[in-house]
Design a protein around this ligand. Structure first.
Ligand SMILES: *Cc1c(COP(=O)(O)O)cnc(C)c1O
Length: 370
């Protein structure tokens, strides 16, 4: 089987419409990506994630506003990081790399490990000890990465991997790797392909600010090629205890239960500011309580289980809901799957496990409220 397919046959939208024929985002968006026939495409058929109408959230806003969630937690390793990683690993492979390295709050390491191992490369991941959700750690280990937990936070880990990649034969696959953002921009393409135009607002959680930068790049490229008539306002949300872009300064000890965005010194800081300005957008902070409220709302009323960091986009939208224009279309990005962080779900659900119930029909019916 050959992995790189002639580009002429696989141009969107023909392929994407037939879900069974989805060949991954590189083949689908090949004309928009820096790949050639020589690029060995390393794919797990990522992308093509659903854009789900969110009526319970829309009802809280009213005024004819339509809300959708872009559920990128349905990617192969459970987060949008797969979009960037299919590109970064394919290009690393093309360049002859034998090993890759990343710093990670968890999802980057899961994606890097899966794609690197699939490509036959070694994967090294450096994580902040004690601040990576269980599901993500489980993935990196089982995918076969060398997982190194340091006594430090994500920002420390990023500084270290940058230095390691300069001094040793390992390719850096954090979002400072430009191919990551190239892959991630395809999420914006998918949103426009489904809606038929760009939304009025895009709400997105912001950590290192790679994803907000990538989405904007995607919206701009599609707009330039005539696929959309407008550009969205980019609304970025950070956790209140970890909000350098809102404070305008680094946060030495970032703190939030949304570990995926527990970042005090965003790697793409300047790009994020440029996106905010170019899109007339905003950055706002949401508290952990607001994040948890949105997390529960998404699960219990929309049936969508995302991880806490992802719920920051919905928490943020609800926080600024009075400023959404009448009849606007809003897309909230749900960056990761809820199963990544089962501890958080169990700990913060209002619902409790009903334990110690005897195996007796009547008693079970009674517990059920009948
Ligand atoms: C990586 C990640 C983010 C933050 O994305 P940035 O590109 O770093 O801003 C948000 N949510 C989840 C689930 C992530 O894995």
């Amino acid at each position: 089987m050959t992995l790189s397919t002639p580009s002429t046959k696989l141009i969107y939208p023909t392929i994407a419409k037939a879900a069974n024929n989805w060949h991954g985002l590189i083949e689908t968006y090949r004309p928009y990506l820096p790949v050639s026939e020589a690029t060995p495409v390393v794919t797990l058929l990522e992308g093509n994630t659903p854009l789900i109408p969110a009526q319970a959230i829309a009802a809280k806003i009213g005024r004819g506003v339509k809300v959708y969630v872009k559920y990128d937690g349905l990617n192969p390793t459970g987060s949008f990081k797969d979009r960037g990683m299919t590109m970064a690993i394919s290009k690393a492979k093309e360049d002859g790399a034998k090993a890759v390295i990343c710093a990670s709050t968890g999802n980057t390491s899961a994606a890097a490990a899966a794609y690197a191992r699939r490509a036959g490369m070694k994967a090294f991941v450096i994580i902040p000890d004690g601040y990576v959700a269980l599901g993500k750690l489980a993935q990196a280990l089982l995918y076969g990465a060398e997982v190194i937990a340091i006594d430090g936070n994500f920002d420390d880990a990023l500084t270290i991997v940058r230095q390691l990649s300069e001094n040793y034969p390992v390719t850096l696959v954090n979002s400072v790797n430009p191919y990551r953002l190239q892959g991630q921009k395809t999420a914006a393409f998918e949103v426009v392909d489904v809606l038929g135009d760009a939304p009025d607002w895009l709400c997105i959680p912001v950590g290192n600010a790679g994803n907000i930068t990538a989405y904007w790049m995607g919206f701009c490229e599609y707009h330039t090629s005539g696929k959309s008539s407008r550009l969205p306002k980019m609304m970025g949300f950070q956790a209140a205890g970890s909000a350098p872009l809102i404070l305008g300064e680094r946060v030495a000890n970032p703190d939030t239960l949304a570990t995926a965005i527990r970042i005090g010194n965003p790697a793409n800081w300047q790009k994020a500011i440029a996106v905010k300005e170019a899109s007339a957008g905003e950055f706002n902070a949401v508290t952990d309580e607001e994040i948890l409220a949105a997390y529960r709302l998404l699960a219990a009323e929309e049936g969508v289980f995302c991880e806490p960091a992802s719920a920051a986009s919905v928490a943020g939208l609800l926080k600024v809901k009075d400023r959404v224009p009448e009849n606007a279309t809003v897309v909230c990005v749900l960056t990761g799957n809820g199963l990544k962080d089962p501890d958080c779900a169990v700990e913060h659900s209002f619902n409790e496990l009903k334990q110690g119930v005897p195996k007796d029909l009547q008693q079970i019916a009674k517990v059920m409220g009948f």
